[in-house]
Design a protein around this ligand. Structure first.
Ligand code: XIL
Length: 486
């Protein structure tokens, strides 16, 4: 399946010629994109970046500075990708660990390497409730407002002119609740829902040439409540002149979970007048099922002119934050997986993008099978998951692991009625212990663990969910958890 030859349709020769024009125009931007210029008309490019560049797109990877001493890692990055997102190095806890003192060493390492290769750089991320240093939580409203603006000014200022797109606000929408519900965080609690708009206005002033994105997960299904909320916000920003240029679909998926309307979803955001970027793609699974899922996601992007690029959340399964799910394009030994070939073929089959616009208009661009739903009807969409019986339930998932430790996410779901306060319990099978916990409060110790809600995430609407997470010592385990609500 991943070995499919390129489609031999008549349109491809025309496509190839135009591809060369586009690639040539882009080539001056840097060596990585210039690679594409050497691809002869009608021929397939041999790397992800060069293949994406043929249709005017980029193909990026999240990179961790801590792995840059691994020469195979850097060689694979340089060979295959023409864009990068620092995986953790630009986050608030990394760049401003204490108030007013900024630290850019690790992020600079990634940025200067990327610049030397002519890669596009995505900035990730300015305002996010996670990986936020604890000092931010203790500020008064007016202090928080000035600290947020100051953070945006300093981080964007440091990289001014170097960043293609910034994830200005990350993951602000709640997973459950009515359309438009924001996640409760220090930002909503102290600044109100307007913090998103404030952040975008500050960001435009700090670097007017960077594209400004709103980035989130679970906004891949065109009709999900969370998607509708983000859609409505962007529509509102556009109507009121609040600066926003793009939406980032993180797309942390599994082989069976690529929504059937994924392309329609990209198209409906694009129809609002913003670019769409797939920003943190990883798809758990293996073999042909994983390859098929990657192919569908790639084709969905290349079918929509304003879908400007794809970033995978890491290069090798070995270093993935979800390494247990083997979600990336290269295995633990940097071998290309079946999914890699599926992506490369799909990128090579893409028709040229309309931006930069070709001299003549292509007749070969596919039209989406369903037209985008630009007038959402938020109240008619079904609940994304069936309600469970009982007050609440909890599931533990391992999201990362390493020798001697692991990271997990626990999803707490309300049953058929709303929950006000919850307690999750489990027993470790072989001596594991939590080293750091977020979005919850731990009590007790030893092999029996009890975690209750934090002050801000105790209320869960019927059928909805919230999550907490932790890192732990020991070998990765996913014991059965019970959930109770008072
Ligand atoms: C993840 C990183 O990959 C991990 O190394 C880190 O421990 C936690 O954060 N959404 C985001 C990313 O926007 O920043 C997260 O990255 C994954 C989920």
């Amino acid at each position: 399946m991943g070995e499919n030859p390129l489609p031999a349709d008549g349109g491809r020769r025309l496509v190839g010629t135009r591809r060369l024009l586009v690639a040539g125009a882009l080539g001056v931007l840097g060596t990585a994109t210039a690679l594409a210029a050497s691809v002869p008309a009608g021929a397939a490019a041999g790397t992800l970046g060069a293949a994406a560049a043929q249709s005017g797109r980029y193909y990026g990877a999240a990179i961790a500075a801590g792995h840059m001493n691994d020469s195979t890692y850097v060689a694979t990055w340089d060979r295959e990708f023409n864009a990068v997102t620092p995986e953790n190095e630009m986050k608030w806890d990394a760049t401003e660990p204490s108030r007013g003192s900024f630290r850019f060493t690790s992020a600079d390492q990634i940025v200067s390497h990327a610049q030397s290769k002519g890669m596009k750089i995505r900035g990730h991320t300015l305002v996010w409730h996670n990986q936020l240093p604890s000092w931010v939580g203790g500020l008064s409203a007016s202090d928080l407002r000035s600290a947020m603006t100051n953070h945006i000014n300093n981080v964007m200022g440091h990289y001014k002119g170097k960043i293609y797109a910034w994830d200005v606000v990350n993951e602000a929408f709640a997973d459950g609740g009515a359309v438009g519900t924001l996640r409760s965080s220090v930002f909503t609690q102290k600044l109100g829902n307007g913090f998103i708009e404030e952040a975008f206005r500050a960001a435009r002033a700090a670097d007017p040439n960077a594209k400004l994105c709103y980035n989130d997960y679970n906004i891949d299904d065109a009709n999900a409540n969370k998607t509708r909320g983000v859609y409505n916000m962007i529509k509102d920003f556009k109507a009121r002149g609040v600066p926003i240029d793009c939406v980032g679909l993180q797309s942390h998926l599994s082989s069976g979970s690529v929504p059937s309307n994924y392309q329609q979803n990209i198209a409906q955001f694009a129809a609002l007048g913003v670019d769409v970027q797939i920003t943190e793609l990883d798809i758990g699974g293996s073999g042909s099922a994983q390859a098929d899922a990657y192919r569908r996601v790639t084709q969905a992007c290349t079918a929509v002119p304003r879908c400007t690029g794809i970033t995978v959340w890491g290069i090798t399964d070995k270093y993935s934050w979800r390494s247990g799910d083997t979600p990336l394009l290269f295995d633990g030994n940097f071998n290309k997986k079946q999914a890699y070939t599926a992506v490369l073929d799909a990128l090579n089959a893409a028709t040229p993008n309309t931006s930069p616009s070709p001299t003549t208009s292509p007749n070969t661009s596919p039209s989406p099978t369903t037209s985008p739903n630009t007038s959402p009807s938020p109240n008619t969409s079904p609940s994304p998951t069936p309600p469970v019986g009982g007050a609440c339930s909890a599931t533990i998932e391992t999201t990362n692991s390493w020798p001697g430790g692991f990271q997990s996410t626990v999803t707490v779901r309300a049953g058929s009625s709303a929950v006000n306060g919850w307690t999750v319990k489990w027993t470790w099978p072989s001596g594991q212990s939590i080293s750091s916990l977020w979005n919850g409060t731990q009590s007790g110790s030893g092999s029996s663990v009890t975690v209750s809600n934090a002050s801000y995430n105790g209320s869960i609407a019927a059928g909805s969910s919230t999550t907490f997470g932790f890192t732990a010592n020991g070998s990765a385990a996913t014991p059965t958890a019970t959930c109770t609500s008072p």
